[in-house]
Ligand binder design. Structure first.
Ligand SMILES: C[S@@+](CC[C@H](N)C(=O)[O-])C[C@H]1O[C@@H](n2cnc3c(N)ncnc32)[C@H](O)[C@@H]1O
Length: 276
């Protein structure tokens, strides 16, 4: 993404209304750069556009031959405000705004709209309750490419406990290809297919902004890189903790006694005492 445009968004040099904040702008710009460097091409879909703040930002991530799709019910003046936001602050790219209640969409509706295209970035920021989040994850994720990213808003907002539950349930259901959280931004969680997690984490850590301001945290059977950490570890320590996780053989759940013992072993290895 063009650095001047990114800085303009980071400094809030606009009159855009919305809930899209600098730390996640920065995270998305860095992840998008990783896609650019690896020539990963797809499309970007945002579910929950409101008045176009994040949508305008996302337009700057769109590459040649890609399309930006935005789903919203667009009540009141949201549709007009989004178009205006895009005109004033967006990039001139191919886009489509789809007025729909996503909880009414079935697979045929989604397939017809996406029309054989794949999703490179899926940003979910519509209704914040458990079933609608899980429905969006399950319905749109099959179209996300293997090297794509799902960005979920307000992951651990205490007001919306259904979001975290939906994401974690989705990670259990999503098989055989499996999307898992790999990066935690400010109020968004980022998912990718499990074999891509370490690749993305290494690339993020190579960015100066995240080198010494992140840490590794193990959740269930995946490693999350926490960006903008309140308890950051050095680059070397974060890399070491990630390597320790990826090098260890995965402990499968066998019996309940074995299960507790396996968790105890992980508690010892990945506990806070052992990693700061
Ligand atoms: C939090 S706002 C989106 C904010 C926007 N992404 C931003 O960062 O500025 C949530 C949006 O989701 C839309 N929304 C909520 N439930 C929806 C549904 N079931 N289908 C489509 N859109 C929905 C609302 O109309 C609202 O515009």
């Amino acid at each position: 993404m063009n650095i001047d445009i990114l800085n303009g968004f980071l400094k809030n040099e606009n009159d855009l209304e919305g809930w899209f904040f600098p730390p996640d702008m920065l995270s998305l710009a860095i992840l998008n750069d990783i896609h650019s460097k690896s020539n990963i091409i797809g499309n970007i879909i945002e579910i929950g556009v409101y008045k176009g703040k994040s949508f305008s930002f996302l337009s700057h991530l769109i590459k040649e031959n890609e399309t930006l799709f935005g789903y919203d019910t667009f009540p009141e003046d949201y549709y007009e405000s989004t178009k205006l936001a895009l005109e004033k602050y967006g990039a001139s790219v191919k886009f489509e705004l789809i007025k729909a209640d996503t909880s009414e969409l079935n697979d045929d509706d989604i397939k017809a709209k996406i029309d054989g295209k794949v999703i490179r970035i899926l940003h979910i920021d519509a209704g914040h309750e458990y079933h609608e989040v899980l429905h969006s994850l399950l319905s749109f994720s099959p179209y996300v490419m293997d090297s794509g990213i799902i960005v979920m808003d307000d992951y651990q907002d205490p007001e919306f406990p259904g979001i975290e539950a939906a994401v974690l349930d989705f990670c259990e259901i999503d098989r055989p290809r499996r999307f898992i959280p790999f990066f935690s931004g400010a109020n968004k969680i980022y998912l990718c297919s499990n074999y891509m997690a370490n690749i993305y984490q290494d690339s993020i850590l190579s960015s100066e902004r995240f080198r010494n301001s992140s840490r590794c945290t193990i959740v269930r059977d995946f490693a999350i890189l926490k960006g903008f950490s309140k308890l950051p570890t050095s680059y070397e320590k974060t890399k070491k903790n990630l390597s320790k996780f990826y090098e260890s053989s995965d402990v499968r759940l066998v019996t309940s006694n074995q299960y507790v013992e396996n968790i105890r072993i992980k508690a010892k290895i990945y506990g806070q005492l052992n990693n700061m």
